[in-house]
Design a protein around this ligand. Structure first.
Ligand code: ADP
Ligand code: MG
Length: 259
């Protein structure tokens, strides 16, 4: 379902670099992505979804090389085939719970919004305990409720691939179990592949396997050192200080001369 090869990614101007020589996720597999904060879990999910593009390497998802598509085609591909639960939810504030869940149908003309879809959205809202809040604006929801809306939105179009970024991060133990079971059951029902970022190691037995992002190759680039600073570091600290003092003195002289 997902095949990553020779991937190298870094943020513009950033020090973080993620190298993935090879990573495969089979169709129908349920995978947990683990690793400490800042280790690149979200980045890896965004690369799998084609939200971000690597500097080199390829990502093939559901038989499509997403790294070879232009922006519009990638966006289309994502909406039709991938259900994504964003770490920050990405709900639209001016829409109700129901309209947020139905968002994939509003932004992609090839998905047809009919009564059946609407019923499915309402049913999903009920399953996550939001059945009585479908007409509430998303601004008037708690963090945990927003997260559950984000999970429903990822499931509504029955995607072949579910990418969930800490989908239970804001939930109490009961809702954590409930939301995770909904994701796992949805994956089973449709044969979808599920990749879930989680910090909760108690949940790992529910997955087929886990990928520890720290075991992928990371590089933290050192700041660029130019020839001058190498030369400066090779002389004694005293001389370096003297040099900078004399530089400052000559600067002051220049300023005074200008007056
Ligand atoms: P995680 O999800 O594991 O907490 P992320 O994938 O969000 O980690 O981030 C990995 C690294 O990339 C971090 O060091 C983070 O600071 C950096 N990073 C994340 N987003 C950006 C960005 N938009 N620009 C620059 N650096 C970023
Ligand atoms: Mg993250």
């Amino acid at each position: 379902m997902i095949s990553v090869s020779d991937l190298r990614f870094s943020y513009p101007g950033g020090e973080f670099e993620l190298d993935v020589p090879n990573l495969d996720v089979s169709t129908g597999e349920k995978v947990a992505v683990i690793g400490p904060s800042g280790s690149g879990k979200t980045t890896l999910l965004h690369l799998m979804a084609g939200i971000r593009l690597p500097q080199t390497g390829t990502v093939t998802t559901d038989g499509v090389e997403v790294t070879g598509l232009d922006d519009g085609a990638r966006r289309d591909f994502r909406i039709r085939r991938i259900g994504m639960v964003f770490q920050e939810f990405e709900l639209l504030e001016y829409l109700t719970v129901l309209d947020n869940i139905l968002l994939p149908y509003r932004i992609n003309g090839s998905l047809r919004l009919d009564g059946e879809v609407r019923s499915r959205a309402i049913e999903l809202a009920g399953q996550v305990g939001l059945g009585d809040k479908t007409h509430r604006l998303s601004t008037r929801l708690s963090h945990g409720e927003k997260q559950r809306v984000a999970v429903c939105r990822a499931l509504v179009a029955e995607p072949v691939l579910l990418l969930a970024d800490e989908p239970t991060g804001n939930l109490d133990p009961n809702n954590t179990q409930r939301v995770l079971d909904i994701l796992l059951e949805a994956a089973d029902a449709t044969g979808a592949t599920l990749v879930t970022v989680t910090h909760d190691h108690d949940l790992l037995p529910k997955f087929d396997r886990s990928i520890d992002v720290t075991e992928l190759v990371h590089r933290t680039e050192k700041p660029q050192i130019n020839a001058d600073s190498i030369a400066a570091s090779q002389v004694s600290p005293q001389i370096t200080r003297m040099n900078s003092d004399s530089h400052r003195t000559s600067q002051i002289n220049d300023e005074q001369r200008d007056k």
